[in-house]
Design a protein around this ligand. Structure first.
Ligand SMILES: C[S@@+](CC[C@H](N)C(=O)[O-])C[C@H]1O[C@@H](n2cnc3c(N)ncnc32)[C@H](O)[C@@H]1O
Length: 341
């Protein structure tokens, strides 16, 4: 298993301080608003192919996707961040390349591996550097989407589809939503969502979780027949109820018992039922994570779908991803949009 080559190590030594300096204004704004989780280095877009560095509260999480880092490199990263932020953060390096990590000279401390709490606009989220899954429990690139939902949530009934650890649902509840329903088929992720609700003293009745495939839930809420591979496949039955704000953050592609999710070729099969499930005057906050789909093409597909569904959009507003996720061409892979009826 190769450790990071010297040339890349030198790049990291040069690029990490530059990347942190480029974020000076953003970090100031985030600190001022009570946010202590953000990306400090974004891989190849910042001259460090295969390396990302994130701060989550007291934790510094390094992820490598090509070659792993050795102990000296990890100590160097910790020192650079300490100098730049004036914060002593506990560091964990997780290698997520094709081959398992072997032979690194770095052992994370017990403090770094303990579950901790980070904050976004004062809202608390549980974080663990290593757990059963691979993804961190809070996706940092969705911060601006969470901020938009939190700002719009007061008095609203919110449906959070593909909820994962309920990050968006938690900020919606913190923003004053009267009801939040988080749906995902990953039970352990929803359990973390419930933990996050407790951390923020949000009553379970106001922010609940539904362990289910999102497709039958969405189609029932839209008043559409549930499609399934065969009639022996059972699904959770739910009553129709209106939602003012629906969050749609689907994976790129998935084939399941209730149909196929394909956000490149068929975003409509999710967006149409979401439109039909939406209360009059409501908003869908939708995402598309596929780099090859441009904002223009995606927006056109959403508008066309809304027209065909008889629910034309009053407004379709892009929500820019924050500057800690820079891209070469100003077209970040994650696109977020607020579609209003
Ligand atoms: C990109 S993550 C969503 C992140 C989440 N919105 C957040 O704010 O952190 C995708 C999630 O979709 C869930 N998922 C994928 N397909 C699903 C399906 N058909 N029904 C329910 N959940 C699904 C996965 O379990 C995963 O938690």
């Amino acid at each position: 298993m190769p450790l990071l080559e010297n040339v890349s190590l030198n790049a990291l030594r040069d690029e990490l301080p530059r990347a942190i300096a480029r974020r000076a204004d953003l970090l100031q704004r985030l600190h001022d608003e009570g946010t202590d989780c953000y990306r400090l280095l974004h891989g190849v877009a910042e001259g460090a192919p295969g390396v990302t560095i994130d701060r989550y509260g007291s934790l510094l999480l390094v992820q490598t996707f090509r070659d792993s880092l050795d102990g000296a490199a990890i100590d160097m990263v910790q020192q650079i961040v300490h100098t730049a932020l004036g914060q002593d953060l506990a560091i964990v390096c997780n290698h997520r390349g094709d081959t398992p990590q072997v032979g690194t000279a770095h052992t994370a401390s017990a403090t770094a591996l303990a579950e901790t709490v980070c904050h976004e606009r004062g809202v608390k989220f549980a974080i663990s550097a290593r757990h059963r899954g691979q993804d961190p429990w809070l996706f940092l690139d969705l911060r601006s989407g969470r901020a938009a939902v939190q700002a719009a949530a007061k008095g609203k009934r919110v449906l959070n589809l593909f909820a994962y650890t309920c990050g968006v649902g938690i900020v919606a509840a913190a923003g004053g939503a009267t009801r939040v329903l988080n749906v995902d088929f990953a039970k352990s992720a929803l359990e973390l969502g419930n933990q996050n609700a407790r951390l923020n003293s949000i009553p379970g009745g106001r922010c609940s979780t539904l362990h289910s495939d999102c497709l039958p839930v969405l189609r029932q809420l839209a008043g559409m027949p549930v499609q399934r591979r065969n009639k022996h496949v059972s699904f959770v039955r739910i009553e129709r109820e209106p939602f003012d704000l629906i969050v749609l953050d689907p994976p790129r592609f998935a084939k399941g018992a209730f149909g196929t999710i394909d956000v490149v070729n068929d975003y409509q099969s999710l967006f149409k039922p979401a439109l039909l499930a939406l209360a009059e005057g409501g908003t869908i906050v939708a995402t598309n994570h596929v780099p090859t789909v441009t904002t223009e093409v995606w927006h056109e597909a959403l508008k066309r779908c809304a027209l065909k569904a008889g629910r034309p959009l009053r407004d379709l507003e892009p929500i820019a991803v924050d500057a800690d996720f820079p891209s070469f061409d100003g077209q970040p892979p994650l696109k977020i949009a607020a579609a209003r009826l």
